[in-house]
Design a binder for this molecule. Structure first.
Ligand SMILES: [Zn+2]
Length: 386
C-alpha cells in the first residue's frame, strides 16, 4: 500500500512545513518535504487542500463507546470502539478496564489481546488497568466493593497476559507500592490514581518509579497551599506526565491552563476517560457494575458523582487549545508524542518522522477530523473530502 498526501501543512517532529507532501509505503512514513511532490507511483493520493497533517491521536485512558466498554470483555465491542475512535482522529489507544473482580479483569485483558490482532480503525496498543488497587475514599465511579489491596500472585497473572501497558494504583498502601518494581521490570508504566496520598507520599511514589498521574485533579488530594497533595506533587515534579480530561466538566479550563503551564508539552497528556455512553444519546447506561445517567456530555452516578466522560478526542483537543490559549501546532505533542513516550511507544509512533508508522490525522482549521490514517491505511475520511 502506498499513499501520497499533498498540499498539507505538516507538523513534523521538529518543525512545521507550511505546505508540503508526505509519502507512505508499507505502513511507514518514508519521505516528506516542503513544496510540490515529486512524481511518485502511488495507489492513492489525498489532496489535503491546506489542511493540517498531524500525528494521530493516542488515547491512553478510554473505557468505552457506543454502548460497550473494555471491562465487558467483548472482542466485537472493542472493534466497534476502534472504529468509533478513528472517526475522531485516534490512531491508537489503550482500552481501559475498571475496578472489578479479578476474573472479570482477566477476561477483559484476554479479549483486548485478541482484539489487538484483528483490530479495525484505531490500533489497540495493549490495556490500561485502572483499579482495583485504589483508595476507596477516592473511588469516584470505580466500584468500591471491588477495590482491594494488591497481592503479588494476582498482579503477576495480570502481567503474564502480556497485554498490560499501564496500571493505575493508589501508592499510599505498602501492598500497592510493592508492585511498582515488578511492573517496571516488564516495561509496564505505573500511574498514581484514585488516591488520598499526601504530597510527600506522592513524591516518594515517584522515587519508586511512578511516572504518570491519572486524570490529574480528579479523584486525588487537591492542592492546598499548606497541604499541596497529589496535585501539588504532580505539578511540581518533572518526572511525571499528567493525564487531563478536557470535557470542561471534570476540570475547569483554568485548571487545564495551570497544568499545562507547569508541565509543558512534555508533561501533559490529553485523555478522554470516555465511557460506554460516548457517541450515544442521553439516557441510562452501565459502567462496570454501576448504572449511570448521561445528559449531554455529562455522565454521573445516580448520586451525582461524575462517572467518566462522554467526550471524543477531537473535541477534547479543541477544548484544550482554547483553555491554554495556544495554537495546535505549538501543543500537538500532548495528543501523540507525549502519550507515546509515556508507554514506551515513541520509537514507532507519536510523531511525523521518517520510518515511523504512518499513524496520521488530517485536521481542518477548526480542528475537525477530515481523515484518519492508521499504519498507512485510510480508516476514516469525512464525506466531503475526496
Ligand atoms: Zn478514574
Amino acid at each position: 500500500m502506498t499513499l501520497l498526501i499533498t498540499n498539507a501543512r505538516i507538523l513534523t517532529e521538529h518543525r512545521m512545513i507550511e505546505r508540503g507532501w508526505l509519502y507512505v509505503a508499507d505502513q511507514y512514513i518514508r519521505a516528506f518535504a516542503a513544496g510540490d511532490a515529486p512524481a511518485f507511483d502511488v495507489k492513492r493520493i489525498i489532496d489535503a487542500e491546506g489542511a493540517t497533517l498531524a500525528p494521530g491521536f493516542i488515547d491512553l485512558h478510554v473505557h468505552g463507546a457506543l454502548g460497550t466498554e473494555a471491562i465487558v470483555g467483548d472482542v466485537d465491542g472493542l472493534h466497534q470502539m476502534s472504529e468509533f475512535y478513528a472517526r475522531h482522529g485516534v490512531t491508537s489507544y489503550l482500552p481501559t478496564t475498571l475496578t472489578a473482580p479479578h476474573s472479570q479483569i482477566m477476561a477483559a485483558l484476554n479479549a483486548i489481546k485478541q482484539a489487538q490482532t484483528t483490530s479495525r480503525g484505531a490500533a489497540i496498543l495493549g490495556a490500561h488497568v485502572e483499579g482495583p488497587y485504589l483508595n476507596r475514599s477516592k473511588a469516584g465511579a470505580q466500584f468500591p466493593e471491588f477495590i482491594r489491596l494488591a497481592a503479588m500472585p494476582e498482579v503477576q497473572e495480570l502481567l503474564d497476559t502480556g497485554v498490560v501497558r499501564l496500571i493505575a494504583i493508589a501508592p499510599e498502601f505498602a501492598e500497592n507500592r510493592q508492585i511498582i518494581a515488578a511492573c517496571m521490570r516488564r516495561g509496564v508504566t505505573v500511574a498514581i490514581a484514585h488516591t488520598a496520598a499526601s504530597f510527600e507520599e506522592a513524591i516518594a511514589s515517584f522515587d519508586l518509579g511512578i511516572a504518570q498521574v491519572t486524570h490529574t485533579y480528579n479523584a486525588m488530594t487537591p492542592l492546598h497551599h499548606r497541604d499541596p497533595g497529589v496535585v501539588g506533587a504532580a505539578l511540581a515534579d518533572p518526572r511525571v506526565r499528567c493525564e487531563i480530561i478536557c470535557d470542561l466538566l471534570h476540570v475547569d479550563a483554568g485548571a487545564i491552563k495551570v497544568l499545562f503551564n507547569a508541565k509543558g508539552t512534555e508533561g501533559t497528556i490529553i485523555i478522554t476517560d470516555a465511557m460506554a455512553a460516548t457517541g450515544l444519546g442521553d439516557g441510562e447506561y452501565g459502567l462496570g457494575a454501576h448504572r449511570v445517567h448521561k445528559q449531554g456530555k455529562k455522565v454521573t452516578l445516580l448520586d451525582g458523582t461524575l462517572a467518566g466522560s462522554a467526550i471524543t478526542y477531537d473535541e477534547s483537543v479543541r477544548h484544550f487549545v482554547q483553555a491554554v490559549g495556544k495554537p495546535f501546532h505549538e501543543v500537538w505533542p500532548v495528543t501523540s508524542l507525549t502519550p507515546a513516550q509515556a508507554i514506551g511507544e515513541a520509537h514507532q509512533r507519536g510523531s511525523i518522522a521518517l520510518n515511523k508508522l504512518a499513524d496520521l490525522v488530517l485536521l481542518d482549521d477548526d480542528l475537525r477530523v477530515q481523515a484518519t490514517i492508521v499504519s498507512g491505511q485510510v480508516v476514516y475520511q469525512r464525506a466531503e473530502v475526496a
